[in-house]
Every structure is written in structure tokens, then in C-alpha cells.
Design a binder for this molecule. Structure first.
Ligand code: FAD
Length: 179
């Protein structure tokens, strides 16, 4: 006879989840890999652990407009915007000419970042991109900022977004726009 799921047991079947919901390595929906709209669709459908959803579902008002309350765990987009802000700002404050030690540390940081980034599908692709002839260029601020811009553009292209003009990375992230 067919085994019935126990009460409280999670259904890990991906096909029952709304489009865009990404599972984590533990088989549970991965919040930082999933957009807020897919997450809310899942919450509405009740396709994941209801107790988890109950703690993360925003008030009805916020759900309607898909506005995420500021004190909720980040979705893939919010996490991405915050991460790029950190990364580009690191490039903006990087030395004009980096010492060998700074270069080593920065390369190590980017490699670890590619391992530890909480959206695991994003991290896998990012590591693959770095491995595919795009190792971090860290000799100077210009080099690092340009490389970061190219890294961000690789994700923009993957997501079907417009590429950013990398000649302007410094205006966007360091000096502010020229009048
Ligand atoms: P963002 O792309 O977050 O950009 C923020 C701001 O940066 C923009 O408003 C613009 O002013 C500026 N900007 C844009 N492009 C550049 C550039 N090339 N150089 C300098 N500045 C720029 N999301 C997914 O859904 N799938 C993924 O696989 C994925 N992979 C990611 C990998 C990494 C390493 C990171 C950090 C994020 C990833 N994301 C991924 C998140 C994604 O890149 C965006 O952050 C998210 O979709 C929100 O996009 P956004 O349009 O608000 O602006």
C-alpha cells in the first residue's frame, strides 16, 4: 500500500512547488535562492512546511503588493542587491595599487564568497564563471572594479537584464555621477 505522509512531514517533491522556488541541499525551499513572489505563491499554496511559512509570511497588505517588510529574511533579489553593494563598495575602496598580500587576500575572499554565498545556485554559477577564465583581477582598484562589473554583468545577462556600462562603475560606486 502507498505510504501516506505523516502530519508535519514535508513534501519535498519539486514539481508540487510553484515555478521559481529553488530547493536547498537539504531538500527544503531555499529562501535566499527564491524570489519573494515565488515564495508567497508557495506560502499561499501551502506547499512547504506550514510552520516555517507561518513565521515568514508577511501581513496581507504586504503580500498584495509583494512588498517585503524590512525585518523579514531576504529573498534572492534583496540578498543580491545587498551583496553587490558590498562587493562594488569593496572594489571602490580598494587600493589604487594593491600589495601582493592584499591581492592574495582579495582572491581568497572572492573564492570563499563563491563558496559561502547563501543562494547556492547563484554561488555555483559564480564559481563556474570564475573558473571559466574569469579569475579575480586584483592588481589595482581599476582592475578589481572592472572585474567586479564584468562579474555582475555576467549575472545580469544570465537573468536577461541590461548590461551595465563598465566605464561608469566608479561613478556609480565611488565618486558619484558627474553632473
Ligand atoms: P542588482 O543587479 O542587484 O544591481 C544593484 C545595482 O547595481 C543596480 O541598481 C545598478 O545601479 C548597479 N549595477 C548593475 N549592474 C552593474 C554592474 N555590472 N556593475 C556595477 N554596478 C552594476 N539572482 C538570481 O535570480 N539568480 C542568480 O543566479 C543570481 N546570481 C547571483 C550571483 C551573485 C554573485 C550575486 C551577488 C547575486 C546574484 N543574484 C542572482 C542576484 C542578482 O544579481 C540581483 O542582485 C537581483 O536580481 C536584484 O537585481 P536588481 O535589478 O535589483 O539590481
Amino acid at each position: 500500500p502507498e505510504q501516506k505522509a505523516q502530519v508535519g512531514e514535508e513534501d519535498k517533491t519539486p514539481k508540487q512547488l510553484p515555478k521559481g522556488v529553488v530547493l536547498g541541499p537539504d531538500g527544503k525551499p531555499c529562501r535566499s535562492c527564491t524570489s519573494v513572489s515565488s515564495w508567497f505563491a508557495m506560502a499561499k499554496q501551502g506547499t512547504a512546511n506550514p510552520s516555517k511559512i507561518a513565521t515568514t509570511t508577511p501581513p496581507a497588505q504586504a503580500t498584495a503588493s509583494l512588498d517585503m517588510p524590512a525585518d523579514c529574511p531576504p529573498d534572492v533579489e534583496q540578498l543580491g542587491r545587498s551583496a553587490w553593494t558590498l562587493l562594488h563598495t569593496m572594489a571602490a575602496s580598494y587600493p589604487e595599487k594593491a600589495s601582493p598580500e592584499q591581492q592574495r587576500e582579495t582572491t581568497t575572499f572572492m573564492q570563499l564568497f563563491g563558496k559561502m554565498y547563501p543562494c547556492w545556485v547563484c554561488a555555483d554559477d559564480f564559481r563556474a564563471w570564475m573558473k571559466d577564465g574569469n579569475e579575480p583581477r586584483v592588481s589595482s582598484r581599476q582592475d578589481f572594479g572592472q572585474w567586479m562589473c564584468e562579474a555582475h554583468n555576467a549575472v545580469n545577462v544570465k537573468l536577461g537584464k541590461k548590461s551595465f556600462d563598465c566605464r561608469k562603475w566608479e561613478e556609480r560606486w565611488r565618486t558619484g555621477w558627474k553632473d
